[in-house]
Design a protein around this ligand. Structure first.
Ligand SMILES: CCCCCCCC/C=C\CCCCCCCC(=O)SCCNC(=O)CCNC(=O)[C@H](O)C(C)(C)COP(=O)(O)OP(=O)(O)OC[C@H]1O[C@@H](n2cnc3c(N)ncnc32)[C@H](O)[C@@H]1OP(=O)(O)O
Ligand SMILES: CCCCCCCCCCCCCCCC(=O)OC[C@@H](O)COP(=O)(O)O
Length: 327
């Protein structure tokens, strides 16, 4: 009993110590700053999810709930001083189902994603996210599609169901075809699911490239700097690759490859403290290149349905994919 009064000064001392230590770490240690920022990022999302769950639960699991999550997440970029610029939003087909494919650098992609997320669009996510507490539940309520990456067969059947849903319920799907986060400046080989999905549902693929975070964020170096940086989330200008199995073959890939070395990064504001527009043309080029490599590969997949697979095998040297829209 006598000990209790003594605990308050200790707690007060600890509190003062923290009050001194945290700002010191914040200003002196970039790693600590990185840690705090990421911890707050995750914590804040978990907190927002707690608020979102009851609102979303009214409708049950419903893709329309994604609008609520989107609105609730849009402010986070301001907390981090990240400016998001969207380019080429008009490349989204106006009102039809399609598959979005995008590069995946880190969980910060959520910010760019929310900025451009079209209506009735649900991401495909690894199953583990479902267990991320309130965030997992919020994702489930918003119709996020979960796949078990270790069980290819199961993942394929989920994707096949999604192909049906795309058409019957008029939804769009967002896939990170690298299948995991990748922050090395290039793109990992693409997984095939997104392309199967688009062909099965006969819908266009809309590629989106998010510029490199390297300038302000690097997980390996534990670096997450403040002020004066920008994240750009451009929609890749050359655009919707319509999967047409009937149209006469064109040579879309040569068109796109000639655009690979387009505009160098631009700095629109002079001062280093101003937000910078940094359109990472290399990553864009890598994205396009990968798309070029990956999309035709999906011709070669085997399908259990003979009629489908014969449709998908192009005649010799002919691409069945036509690019309906180039910027
Ligand atoms: C207000 C507060 C709110 C708070 C809450 C926060 C809210 C936020 C809201 C929302 C945010 C959500 C954020 C989500 C972000 C998450 C990101 C991630 O989790 S990224 C990881 C998961 N994504 C993927 O993995 C990509 C999709 N993966 C695939 O498509 C793969 O292809 C997969 C899993 C289906 C199979 O992967 P394999 O590793 O086995 O490799 P393969 O080579 O692609 O496939 C193997 C064989 O299967 C065939 N195959 C694949 N898919 C097929 C299909 N659909 N039909 C037939 N065959 C198929 C392929 O052709 C291949 O066969 P052959 O080698 O070609 O013969
Ligand atoms: C129970 C408490 C668990 C706490 C976990 C904190 C979770 C905070 C929610 C953050 C939601 C952010 C959504 C982005 C998800 C993301 O980026 O996932 C990574 C996967 O794409 C790829 O995973 P990997 O293969 O591991 O790179």
């Amino acid at each position: 009993m006598e000990l209790w009064p003594g605990i308050w000064p200790v707690l007060l001392l600890l509190f003062l110590l923290l009050l001194f230590l945290l700002p010191t770490l914040w200003f002196c240690s970039p790693s600590a700053k990185y840690f705090f920022k990421m911890a707050f990022y995750n914590g804040w999302i978990l907190f927002l999810a707690v608020l979102a769950i009851p609102v979303c639960a009214v409708r049950g699991r419903n893709v329309e709930n994604m609008k609520i999550l989107r609105l609730m997440l849009l402010h986070i970029k301001y907390l981090y001083g990240i400016r998001v610029e969207v380019r080429g939003a008009h490349h989204f087909p106006p009102s039809q189902p399609y598959v979005v494919v995008s590069n995946h650098q880190s969980s910060l992609d959520l910010l760019g994603m929310m900025e451009v997320l079209p209506g009735r669009c649900v991401p495909i996510a690894k199953r583990e996210l479902l267990w991320a507490g309130s965030a997992g539940l919020a994702c489930w309520l918003a119709g996020v599609i979960f796949i078990d990456r270790k069980r290819t067969g199961d993942a394929i059947s989920v994707m096949s169901e999604v192909a049906q849903t795309l058409l019957t319920q008029d939804v769009r799907v967002w896939v990170f075809p690298e299948g995991t986060r990748n922050h090395n400046g290039s793109m990992l080989p693409f997984k095939r699911g997104a392309f199967h999905l688009a062909v099965q549902a006969q819908v266009p693929i809309v590629p989106i490239v998010m510029s490199s975070y390297q300038d302000f964020y690097c997980k390996k170096e534990r670096r997450f700097t403040s002020a004066g940086f920008l994240k750009t989330s451009p929609l890749d200008p050359p655009p919707c690759h319509h999967l047409s199995l009937r149209d006469p073959p064109l040579a879309p890939w040569t068109d796109i490859s000639s655009r690979r070395n387009e505009s160098p990064p631009k700095r629109l504001h002079g001062s280093s403290l101003d937000p910078m527009i940094l359109l990472d043309s290399k990553l864009q080029a890598a994205g396009k290149k990968r798309l070029m490599e990956a999309i035709p590969l999906s011709h070669n997949f085997s399908s259990s349905s003979p009629s489908k697979s014969s449709l998908l095998v192009p005649s010799k040297g002919v691409s069945t994919f036509t690019c309906t829209h180039l910027h």
